[in-house]
Design a protein around this ligand. Structure first.
Ligand SMILES: [Zn+2]
Length: 411
């Protein structure tokens, strides 16, 4: 474990050097010089583990250890290697490094898998250069079309293809991967939240990626002079909105199971210091791992809001966004649980509040996602940090899981 821990630290530290903002965190935009440096490092390490390396027409990197069964689908392990501007050293790279170390253990222990093992390093998950995000996984599954990919430009007007060519990548290579070539995908990611650290548990086995709903609420009241309108004659749109918003956290708490609710935007009209507001518009963001919980809270929220409709106040609700929670593969999850048990590594089940490439790939193959604690729950900043001991524990679990899924035997 000590040796594994050291190797992980050395990978993380090496990758963190490939940044456009030294001393100010990791800034590694897709198809940048830093991307090229990290890419070369990852490809080099893949080769050292005896993997056959290739890149697709998006610049995703694949390192493959062939299986003994001809044309069998691969077990993929990895994550993304781009970053947000001034981000940390772990968001993305931790998962790529985990993939490299799983492959290194396969090589070290001389495993012969029946199904191929593939370490993958994906581009542009954060969307920091071309927008949208999850581009590597959406591109390789065809959710992002070739045409849409080609039309994307960064803020300097440089297209994806121009940027690729500049670092020696070939956009003409195939982009889409037949789902039949994938048996499973395993991803390690940092939690980016405080739960595991608070519980002092090194591993979170993700059950579901939370669903997301946004409601836009418009409260219409009646404007009036702040000095001359008596209190009992007012239809104050802001007071009504505030009364509603203050009750929302209670609805999420009552629902439990990790359900969260947030009002992050509130606009007041006419927004004058001496005018009774005649209109407020605010958002409600509701997330939970189970659709049932999401739907319950939407229902209760609507009920609560409508109860404030009266003569002077008229409230309307729009629902511009509804994304179903995505439950990850039960089989892979129970395998991860079994392997953690056998290794004696403590774990708990957790939901993921963020998307990840795992979410995209879960529509095409069996996906397992595990989290390690993030110090102080921080992410997307230079202070982002995870304990390499926890990462080593995660690698052990992924190694055993990959060994089982590839039906590898020790020689
Ligand atoms: Zn990430």
């Amino acid at each position: 474990m000590e040796e594994l821990k050291k190797r992980i630290e050395s990978h993380i530290s090496a990758l963190s050097q490939f940044t456009a903002t030294p001393q100010k965190g990791t800034t590694r935009l897709t198809y940048s010089q830093e991307d090229l440096q990290a890419r070369n490092y990852i490809k080099e390490k893949m080769k050292e583990c005896g993997l056959a390396v290739r890149e697709d027409g998006l610049g995703n990197i694949f390192g493959k250890l062939e299986g003994t069964v001809k044309d069998a689908p691969s077990v993929l392990v990895g994550s993304h290697f781009d970053s947000v501007p001034n981000g940390g050293s772990y968001d993305g790279p931790a998962g790529v490094v985990a993939g490299l170390e799983v492959a290194a253990l396969f090589a070290q222990r001389n495993l012969k898998p029946k199904y191929p093992l593939e370490v993958i390093a994906l581009i542009e998950e954060e969307g920091a250069r071309f927008g949208g995000g999850l581009m590597g996984s959406r591109g390789m599954t065809g959710l992002l079309s070739d045409e849409d990919f080609r039309n994307l430009k960064d803020q300097d007007g440089i297209s994806t293809e121009e940027a690729m060519v500049k670092i020696g990548l070939d956009p003409a290579l195939p982009k889409i991967r037949d789902p039949k070539t994938m048996k499973a995908f395993l991803e390690l990611h940092i939690e980016q939240g405080p739960i595991l650290e608070e519980k002092e548990i090194p591993i979170g086995v993700v059950e579901a990626i939370v669903g997301l709903t946004q409601l836009d609420v418009t409260v219409a009241g009646r404007a009036g002079h702040a000095g001359t309108t008596p209190m009992d004659r007012r239809s104050d749109a802001l007071v009504t909105a505030a009364t509603i918003i203050s009750q929302l956290p209670g609805l999420a708490a009552e629902e439990g199971e990790g359900t969260v609710i947030t009002t992050g935007r509130l606009n007041v009209f006419p927004n004058g210091a001496n005018v009774i507001p005649d209109k407020t518009v605010f958002t409600i963001d509701i997330r939970s791992g189970k659709e049932e919980n999401v739907l319950n809270v939407i229902e209760k929220t609507k009920e609560l809001i409508h109860s404030y409709n009266n003569e002077g106040i008229e409230i309307t609700i729009d629902q511009p966004l509804y994304i179903q929670p995505k439950e990850l593969s039960k089989d892979v999850r129970s395998l991860l649980k079994k392997k953690s048990d056998e290794l004696g590594i403590p774990y708990c089940f957790i939901n993921s509040g963020a998307g990840h490439d795992a979410m995209v790939l879960s529509d095409f193959t069996d996906v397992g996602l595990i989290f390690v604690p993030s110090k102080d729950g921080l992410s997307h900043c230079p202070e982002e940090w995870s304990d390499s001991y926890h990462l080593a524990q995660a690698v052990e679990i992924l190694y055993e899981t990959a060994k089982s899924l590839t039906e590898a035997e020790e020689n």
